[in-house]
Write a protein that binds this ligand. Structure first.
Ligand code: ADP
Ligand code: MG
Length: 596
């Protein structure tokens, strides 16, 4: 009894009321996290603005959620608190958490407002009375414009994951929304990082905010070990599969830089027999909910996600975070690796890098103040061993299905001449031989030696020929914009654009090569087929445009073999050919039509 009281006192000591303490107890929270300990007493005590910086997984939701619930008057139906959050998933997650926290607070209603679902249903929900609204900025703006919501009386506005909201370009929306709120409300800003845009918001909209910083030492990063694997860019996908195969119980989030890569990697994994799914912004609300549900239920082992879609998502027991590519912003790496190693568990953050990106690892190390371990992609043999023992363990642990009892006599008859040893060997041969045969001949993927002389340049970039030019209305700026847009690449990803009369050249990082060739495999511009091919010219040598088509044409068309064998049942197929598109490029065409 005393012990229990002691635990409860830790939250009570923060000044929380009985209703919340009861909920805290039910949720099994024992000690307040650092950000909770620092923020809650201040927010309960005074009506002040606050800027709280804390990494993901540090319990920020309760840090603002508890005081907000305490502050609002649940007898009044007026909207008193507004929480803005960057994505639908987070919006729903926060709403759920708040509902749990306020389970014993009578009459309190929290309503979620986000795009991709019926605005009228949400409006109805609000009309029924919502003291707290949790919203994404876009939808909130929409509802304000349609007079479906009244936030002119709110006392508290929370900006959650402020850095991410600003990253996503919500600055205008946020300022517009704030302009509909009373001047004398309190603004609580929570963020993992403090880029300039966040301090601008703080300066512009907050009055003398209390500042709280929770040190880097949070449970998230403390329990995460960081590893990197150096491979050739074209082996990225094969490496991903090996890493997964070497960890049969993997429960992971795989981060890609673009929606396109996310979709592509997920599709390839699914086709290769893995329990994988994609999570990115082009999916409908419904699709995303389903994906998250299956992931939480463990029906999905590998969630391939964009940073934005996965931001702040709280799923326990993720064993591995895999950086399929390093993010552009190093801070993003912290967010990614924070998905694992939560709640005292250990986690691994793996990075697949090409040689040209190695220096980035050093930068990340400096910023996260942790050392990476350089590791080797496991060999086929190692993976076979791991899988074999895993299978043996599974068999040892399996519960016996007595349905088969009646067939036993006849099965016994068939197998009667074999010893236990022989039976085991035979069993494993049947179950395992295809896996084994495949990996037996698998090559070493570690890019230790010199690059194997392909079209990639020593500076890690690839030069392309494209059959559009000035006569199609392009100058270098227009072409650059067109390429960035079409290829869905970042600001500086396309370089050395050289526009000629009827064709042009450009460079990108070699890692985009396969992707780019795939995109242009069947691409039309105003009815005309656009051809992109890899140029032998590095783009460094003296001006002089090389003439058209004498480059090493076509690059990939149908050359890659997919040596994958058909999966038996729902087992994994073990296609390690690196050929994430088999032959025809069918899949890439299909995807392209999905592009917005
Ligand atoms: P953040 O917003 O900082 O990323 P969350 O608020 O999403 O973190 O919290 C991460 C997880 O930790 C959630 O599952 C939450 O329920 C849990 N949690 C929060 N506070 C505590 C606590 N004091 N004790 C135990 N678990 C907690
Ligand atoms: Mg959060």
């Amino acid at each position: 009894m005393r012990l229990i009281l002691n635990y409860m006192n830790k939250f009570e000591a923060l000044g929380l009321s009985e209703a919340i303490i009861k909920a805290v107890d039910e949720m099994g929270f024992e000690t307040p996290s650092e950000v909770q300990e620092k923020a809650i007493p201040i927010l309960l005590d005074e009506d002040t603005d606050i800027v709280a910086l804390a990494q993901t997984g540090t319990g920020k939701t309760a840090a603002f959620g508890f005081p907000l619930i305490e502050k609002v008057d649940s007898d009044s139906r007026i909207t008193q608190g507004l929480i803005l959050s960057p994505t639908r998933e987070l919006c729903l997650q926060i709403t759920n958490e708040l509902k749990n926290y306020s389970k014993f607070v009578k009459g309190l209603r929290t309503v979620a407002v986000y795009g991709g679902a019926s605005i009228h249903d949400q409006s109805k929900e609000i009309k029924r009375g919502a003291q707290i609204i949790v919203a994404t900025p876009g939808r909130m703006q929409d509802m304000i414009n349609r007079k479906m919501v009244d936030i002119s009386n709110i006392g508290y506005c929370v900006l959650d994951e402020a850095d991410e909201m600003l990253n996503m370009g919500f600055y205008e929306d946020i300022t517009a929304i704030l302009s509909h709120t009373p001047e004398d409300k309190s603004t609580w800003l929570f963020s993992a990082t403090m880029p300039r845009e966040v301090s601008t918001i703080a300066k512009r909209f907050m009055h003398d905010p209390v500042e709280i910083t929770v040190g880097h030492k949070n449970t998230g990063s403390e329990n995460v070990s960081h590893e990197y694997y150096v491979v050739n860019s074209r082996d990225r996908y094969a490496a991903l599969k090996r890493l997964s195969d070497a960890n049969p119980d993997i429960f992971s989030v795989i981060f890609c830089r673009t929606k396109r890569d996310t979709q592509k990697v997920a599709e390839s994994l699914i086709e290769d027999g893995y329990n994988a799914a994609a999570l990115h912004g082009d999916l409908s609300q419904n699709q995303r909910d389903l994906v998250m549900k299956s992931f939480r239920n463990r029906q999905i082992q590998m969630l391939v996600a964009t940073d934005v879609a996965a931001r702040g998502i709280d799923v326990n027991d993720i064993t591995h975070v895999i950086n399929y590519q390093l993010p552009d912003e190093i801070e993003t790496y912290t967010h990614r690796s924070g998905r694992t190693g939560r709640a005292g568990k250990n986690g691994v953050s793996m990075v697949i890098v090409s040689k040209s990106e190695l220096r980035k690892i050093k930068t990340v190390e400096r910023i996260i103040k942790k050392k990476f371990e350089e590791k080797e992609i496991p060999s086929g043999e190692e993976i076979c061993q791991v899988q074999l023992f895993h299978l043996a363990n599974d068999i040892a642990k399996a519960e016996i299905d007595h349905e088969i009892d009646s067939y036993l006599p006849s099965i016994n008859e068939v197998l009667k001449d074999f010893s236990k040893e022989e039976l085991i060997k035979k069993f494993f041969s049947v179950e395992f031989s295809r896996f084994h045969n495949y990996y037996k001949k698998a090559k070493d993927l570690n890019a230790a030696g010199e690059s194997r002389g392909d079209s990639r340049r020593s500076d890690g970039s690839t030069r392309y020929f494209i059959n559009i030019g000035e006569k199609d209305g392009f100058d270098w700026m227009r072409l650059k914009d067109f390429l960035k847009e079409t290829l869905d690449l970042g600001r500086d990803a396309v370089s050395r654009v050289d526009v000629k009369e009827s064709f042009s050249f450009f460079n990108t990082d070699s890692e985009h090569q396969d992707n780019i060739l795939a995109i242009f495999e069947d691409f039309k511009l105003e009815g005309r087929k656009v051809n992109v091919e890899i140029s032998k010219d590095s783009g460094r040598s003296r001006g002089g445009g090389r003439r058209g088509r004498d480059n090493n044409g076509g690059g990939f068309k149908g050359k890659r073999r997919s040596d994958g064998f058909k999966p038996k049942g729902k087992g994994r197929r073990d296609n390690d050919s690196g050929g994430d598109r088999g032959g025809s490029g069918r899949r890439d065409r299909r995807k392209r039509s999905d592009r917005r």
